[in-house]
Ligand binder design. Structure first.
Ligand SMILES: Nc1ncnc2c1ncn2[C@@H]1O[C@H](COP(=O)(O)OP(=O)(O)O)[C@@H](O)[C@H]1O
Ligand SMILES: [Mg+2]
Length: 381
């Protein structure tokens, strides 16, 4: 058995999730056995700095380097917590897969190649925990003409492949991404995946602004508001949602400025503002619609939808998603063997293993890359 650690911090900027997991020695087998999960929240100052670094600002190279060091210290804490919780020792771990924190995601732009930028300090992580680190998973896919995202479909196919019928996995982090799995018995079926729109990012921003809390617990606040149809329609008109995959997005698009522009336009057109609670209700509906519409458009035969990421804990979002998808069984990935907050970290443990084994980590049909590529750079222990 080979043990790997996966570390993920997504666009929600809530903190670092990690898992320590066991995989078969046989490189052709992919069963994953999670031994422990740990989470460390970002201190407020780091969260604010990461948020600020998502847009251009003064002295950003220096600030990004220091933020990478601070992020890595949180990663070291998560690794230590994982080792303690599982009883695994550092030398038993083959490698840590560390995604880093995405600050910019602009594949295919500017000069045609574009870039995706995750700040990270894999050398400091290797130094801090004495374990080989695999990092920088996305750039090779971008170099091969891909979006560099989503990278999780290959893992989703291994972990959640379903023999009976097409299944989809929705990762509702800060951004929402969908993996569309053919029935695993279907010969030559393609695994598709793309970012379907915002996840919690806009909801979190609005909750922070009006409730002073990092998120709307279980969507309780959104559930008491009324969806404003005209505002909802203007949000749903966002061109990104109507572009065919492969596609990926991030905070570069779905950010407070994007929302403010639409709220202002609504105010100008209707001469009346929308109450904060109704904005939250409308944002929740928008988030659920973006995912449901994408599923109906690109995988209408889907019979079962498993949701992971923190959005799976938002009861209101889950209720709305199920209501928008009659005939689809909607539930958490926990019912398919992996609790929602462990899935993405598990994917990076799996991607680290793929790198060490020299196996491709991308699915070219999901990212749009010219072909399968081995992803990541290895920093020796
Ligand atoms: N109890 C909850 N109620 C509502 N939303 C929640 C809850 N727990 C977590 N979340 C949401 O999940 C987010 C974190 O999800 P996560 O999967 O870690 O996203 P990311 O990968 O972008 O970091 C939080 O920012 C919050 O929006
Ligand atoms: Mg997170």
């Amino acid at each position: 058995m080979a043990i790997f650690i996966g570390l993920m911090s997504g666009t929600s900027l809530d903190g670092v999730d990690g898992v320590v997991a066991r995989f078969p020695d046989d490189p052709t087998l992919h069963a994953i056995d999670v031994l422990a999960h740990a989470h460390r929240a970002f201190a407020d100052a780091l969260r604010q700095e990461l948020l600020a670094l998502n847009t251009s600002g003064p002295d950003e190279l220096h600030r990004a380097a220091l933020a990478a060091n601070a992020l890595t210290r949180v990663q070291v804490e998560v690794v230590q917590a994982l080792l303690e919780a599982s009883g695994v020792t550092a030398h038993e771990v083959v490698a840590v897969g560390s995604h880093g924190q995405t600050l910019r995601h602009r594949p295919g732009e500017f000069d045609g190649t574009g870039y995706t930028l995750q700040i990270n300090q894999p050398a400091l992580l290797a130094e801090g925990c004495g374990i080989r680190v695999v990092a920088d998973f996305r750039s090779r896919d971008v170099a091969a003409g891909g979006q560099g995202a989503p990278l999780v479909p290959a893992f989703h196919a291994q972990a959640f492949g379903w023999p009976h019928a097409p299944r989809a996995v929705l990762n509702w982090g800060g951004i929402g991404n969908l993996t569309l799995l053919p029935a695993s018995t279907e010969a030559g079926g393609l695994v598709r995946g793309f970012d379907c729109g915002p996840g919690n990012a806009l909801l979190d921003h609005w909750a922070q602004r009006h409730l002073g809390r990092p998120y709307d617990d279980e969507g309780g606040w959104a559930a008491t508001g009324t969806v404003q149809k005209a505002l909802l329609d203007s949000l749903l008109a966002e061109p990104y949602l109507h572009r065919p995959p492969p596609k990926s997005t991030g905070r570069d698009l779905f950010n407070p400025a994007w929302l403010d522009a639409r709220l202002e336009a609504h105010m100008t057109a209707h001469a009346v503002g929308v109450a904060p609670v109704d904005v939250q209700a409308t944002l929740a509906e928008f988030t659920a619609r973006a995912a449901a519409d994408a599923l109906r458009t690109y995988a209408p035969a889907t019979a079962d939808l498993r949701v992971c990421g923190g959005g799976a804990l938002n009861r209101h979002l889950m209720v709305r998603l199920a209501a928008l998808l009659p005939g689809v069984r909607v539930g958490s990935t926990a019912d398919a063997g992996l609790p929602p907050l462990q899935v993405e970290a598990a994917a990076f443990a799996w991607l680290a293993r793929a790198c060490v084994l020299g196996q491709p980590g991308n699915r070219a049909e999901a990212t749009g890359a010219r072909g399968p590529r081995v992803l990541g750079a290895i920093y020796p222990a």
